[in-house]
Every structure is written in C-alpha cells, then in structure tokens.
Design a protein around this ligand. Structure first.
Ligand code: PLP
Length: 459
C-alpha cells in the first residue's frame, strides 16, 4: 500500500487509505490528499456516526436522498434474498425479472395519471440523460427532428454527465470542461428574493419570467425547441421554492408552442414537497418525469423515467420504423435494486409517507420562519421537508455571506452534531422523510444555536 507521503500523520489508517487513493467529487483534490476525508461509519434513523464516534443529525438526508434514514435490516434482507436467488439479470430485448416487472407496475401506480410506462436505469444523471434522448427520439418520430434545443433555468442542477451537465446551469459544472454544448438555453431562475425587481410581487415576477421564456422561444424559433426542463423545487440550486403562479404561467407558454415539459423529480419525488410528486404540489403536467434518490431511499443505485402517453406513442412509432429502441444500460432494471426499491415503496404505503410529511411540515416551516428575523438571514423559505435560509451580511443590500463565512457555519453546525447542505450562501435542509416532530425541533434548535454562535448574537 502506498500512502500519500504528504498526508497528515494524524489520519486514521482508513482515512489515510482514502486520502491516498480515493478521488472525491466536489472536493479540492490537493486538500483531500493532505487533510483526508471525514469517514462516516454507521447510521440509524436520521443520525449518522463518524469514525471518532460523533453522532450527527443528517439534516440533508445525505444528498437529499436517504428518505428512510440510515441502516435498514428489512431492506438488507430483501437485497440478500435477490442476491442469493439470481444476483443479476438484464432487461434488454424483452428480458425481465419478477423484481423489475413488479417495481415497474408499482411505480406506475405511484405515478401521476397517464404516466404508466417506466424505464429503469441507475442514477439521476442517467435518468435525465435518458429523458433527453427520449425527447429527441420522440420529435424525430413526429417528423420534427429540428426540435433539438432544450431550455432549463439558471441555477438548475440536472446531473453531471457530459450532456446532463449541459442541462445543469451552474458555471462550475461547465468551466474547465468545455461545456455546455450548443443547443442548451438557460432562462431565468425563479427565485423571488434575489431576482425580483423592486416592488415586484410573486405573481408579477412569475409573469415576467414567463414573458422572458416566451421571448427566448420566439427569438430562437419555436420550431427548434424540444423541451423545457425543470425541478418543481430547485434542490442543488439552493432549495428554491417557485414563486406563486410560476408553473401555471410557464406551462401556458409551453402549451402555446407545443414544447414538452420534463419534470426532474430526482429530489422532489416521494413526498419531499408534501405530495407524492413535486409536480402535484405545483400543478405541473409533465410529459416525462425523472426519478431517483428516494425511489430506493438511496439504499441502492436506481432511477426511473416515467413516460407519459404522448412521448411513449412517439417512441412506439419510432420502433415501428427503426426496429428496436436502441438505448439501455447493463444495470438497468437490476433485480436487486428493483426489489429494494419495491420494498421502499411498500414501506411508503405502510407508513403513509405523505400523511407523515404533511404532519411534520408545519413544524418544519415554523422552524424556517423562526430563523427569518435573525439579522443575518435574508430569505427563509421551504415546502414539505425541503427549505433553506439564505445568509447575508447586510439585509438592506442583501450582501451575500462569502465562502469563508459559510465554512464557519459548516464547522459550527457539525460541532453541534448537525449536517446541513451549503449551496453558495444558502443553508439547505432536506432531512429524511421519516423525521419525527421532536427531531424537526431538535434540528432547528441545533441550527439556530450554531448560526447564533457564528454571528456572535443572541438574536
Ligand atoms: N437531478 C437532480 C434534481 C438532482 O438533484 C441530482 C443529484 O443531486 C441529479 C439529477 C443527478 O443525480 P445523480 O447524482 O444520481 O446522477
């Protein structure tokens, strides 16, 4: 074993191994070599524990995904059974397994009306990449192959693959990679606190964003636009809840120009916004839904594209012409992942997932509201079990907290035994959907204490 000679001698053997060999996303690689990782060893309920034995309330559910929390013997038993009985089979050329068939049917029963076709793959990025290809495949089949351009929103995150990073509209995913490719357009971010004009209320702001979208479509040529891509609530964009009227007005524009709507529900799906789908919360009627994360409670890598009738009919017409649907992954419909996801959906039914989220949502929103009068909080908003506070150094000018200040907040929350997700100057919360009322209160208590400590204020 060759350990990195510059790694700190204080690292544990496991941390030293990781520092020497494991390349980490969203990490300064030199700093990781020198300082090593934080190693999480176990978890139970909404808590995780690091190798030093410190426990943390996981207020971000990992990466917005561990809906049932951490460690789960019931899911472990399901995985072990499938692993023992078959372990692997694929889904190419009409092959299937009971697990893949059962998951597809169950997921269709969770889906919004009219979306009963399910295409399985392994990650949220793959789901978005697949959906993009379905959009293009559909339009080519409709005799409109020139409909190639995709519109997403500034600040959006839809994945990290070469093409999904182009749907993503955050500069750090493009810079250094020579992205985006041509044909990816970005319209305004629906974040009222920061992007509304002075005196513009939420409805007026939504109307302006819809008008800007329409102007972009007219400028580009409506006949060249294939789809509009949106998360119901922008997750990695900062847990940003859309302004009143937003999706009604946007969808009216899309309908006018016959542009497909793809809802990226990778974070919002399965109760995050207080309904089964964020699309329901905001009255969206998407043609395609991308789903992952809570689909399997993040216990196994699996994602799904839910396909509405219009796109599916277009795809069928294409395979009538071309012979077969030339797209798929070795691990798409993996039986172990499917069986675990099926069990997760069964657990959601048993626990009344939506009823539970609705029961704790008022406390969650009250926790956010309770922080909103702090001098250093500019915006505090959320829905269901997703939300954020935006940290400012001057409420009048909305001056954003810088990276150094946010790093202090990160350290202070961890010292209080709380993990949050920092997005720029926003502190985002998306705890596991199983969080209890008492745990919601505990989460906000820890966050409030940590923030007050950093700002040296009582109030
Ligand atoms: N779409 C959204 C909205 C996401 O939040 C993410 C991941 O955070 C993705 C897509 C990509 O998912 P994955 O990391 O599984 O590729």
């Amino acid at each position: 074993l060759i350990l990195n000679p510059t790694a700190s001698p204080a690292l544990s053997p496991i941390a030293a191994m990781d520092a020497a060999h494991s390349v980490h996303p969203h990490t300064n690689l030199r700093r990781h070599l020198e300082q090593g990782p934080s190693i999480i060893t176990r978890g139970d309920g909404i808590y995780v524990e690091d190798e030093a034995g410190q426990r943390y309330l996981e207020g971000a559910a990992g990466l917005w995904c561990a809906s049932l929390g951490f460690g789960n013997a019931r899911l472990g038993a399901v995985a072990a059974k499938v692993m023992t009985e078959i372990g692997y089979y694929h889904n190419f050329r009409s092959a299937s397994t009971p697990a893949a068939a059962e998951l597809s049917a169950k997921l269709a029963s969770f889906a919004p009306p009219g979306m009963d076709k399910v295409l399985l793959q392994c990650s949220g990025s793959e789901a978005n990449d697949t959906a993009l290809k379905l959009v293009w495949y559909h339009w080519a089949g409709q005799g409109q192959p020139q409909r190639r351009k995709i519109i997403s929103r500034l600040g959006a995150y839809h994945g990290t693959g070469a093409v999904t990073a182009c749907l993503t509209a955050k500069a750090n995913f493009h810079t250094g990679f020579g992205l985006p490719f041509d044909g990816f357009l970005y319209t305004g971010m629906p974040y009222h606190y920061r992007h509304a004009h002075p005196g513009e209320d939420e409805q007026a702001f939504s109307s302006r964003l819809a008008a800007e979208l329409e102007a972009m479509i007219e400028r580009e040529g409506p006949e060249t636009i294939a789809a509009f891509w949106a998360e119901p609530v922008m997750g990695s964009g900062g847990a940003v809840v859309p302004p009143a009227g937003y999706f009604d007005k946007i969808q009216a524009v899309l309908r006018k120009y016959d542009i497909l709507l793809v809802a990226d529900e990778v974070i919002c799906g399965f109760g995050r916004t207080g309904e089964m789908w964020g699309s329901e919360t905001y009255g969206m009627t998407p043609d395609l839904i991308c789903s992952a994360k809570s689909l399997s409670a993040a216990m196994v890598p699996i994602s799904a594209v839910l396909i509405g009738e219009r796109v599916f009919n277009g795809m069928m017409a294409q395979t009538d012409r071309l012979g077969s649907f030339a797209h798929g992954y070795t691990y798409g419909g993996h039986p172990m992942a499917c069986a675990v996801a099926h069990e997760v959906l069964t657990i959601y039914e048993e626990m009344d997932l939506i009823g539970h989220v609705k029961s704790v949502e008022p406390l969650f929103l009250a926790g956010l509201a309770g922080l909103s009068d702090r001098e250093y909080v500019g915006d505090a908003s959320g829905v269901g079990l997703i939300g954020a506070v935006e940290i400012v150094t001057d409420r009048a000018t909305k001056a954003m907290a810088d990276a150094a200040l946010m790093a202090r907040i990160d350290a202070a929350t961890r010292a209080r035994g709380l993990i949050v997700r920092l997005v720029g100057n926003r502190v985002a919360l998306s705890p596991p959907q199983i969080i209890s009322a008492a745990e919601v209160q505990e989460m906000f208590e820890r966050l409030g204490l940590a923030l007050d400590e950093v700002f040296g204020a009582v109030r």
